[in-house]
Design a protein. Sequence first.
Length: 202
Amino acid sequence: MWRRWEVELGQEVVLFHSVLGLRPAVGAFADQLRAAGHTVHTPDLFDGEVFDSLEDGARKRDATGMGELMRRARVAVADLPAEIVLAGFSMGASTAEFLAATRPGTRAAVLMHGAFAPAAFGIKTWPAVPVQLHYANGDPDVDIRQIRALETAVQQSGVSIAVFTYDGGGHLFEDAAFEGHDPVSAQLMCDRVLAFLDELQD
C-alpha cells in the first residue's frame, strides 16, 4: 500500500541522452529515479545508435540536424501530461532546456553537463519553470558564459535555479563506461536530482 502511494506521488520525468546515444548509463540513471517512485521515459533520438566517443556522437548529431532532433523530442513528449519534468545529459540538456522553455505546463528542468543562454533558442523570457543544473569544474565542453546567461534569465523570471559543480570527473561523469567517470560525483548528482524531485511534490 505504501509503495502504491509513493508511486502516485512521484514525478513524471523525460530523460534525454547525450551525443553518445541511449547508452546503458542513461538507463541506469533512470532506474535510480524509478526506484524512488518516479516514472521515467528515456526517448531514443538516435535511431538506436550509440557511440564511445563524443566526436563520433557529434557527427551523428550534425548529420541528423538539431532541427530534426528537436522535432523527435517534441514527438516523444507529445502524448505525455503537461506537467512533466524535463531532464537531459549534455546534448540532452539542451533538448530539455528548449522544451522546458517552450512547452506549457512543464514542472521543472534538470540540466546535466551544460546549458545554453535562452536567447540562443530565440527565447526572450524564461517561463515559471525552476531549474537544477550540474556540471564538472573544468569541463571544456561546458560554456560558463551560457550558464551565467541562463542563471540570469531564470532569476529574472522569479523562479529558482540551483547550480551544482563537481570537482571529480569529466564530461558525462555518471557514465561508468566512459572516460572521466567519477562514482562519487555521479551518486551525489543523482542524490541532488532526487531531492529536487521530492521538493517539487511539496
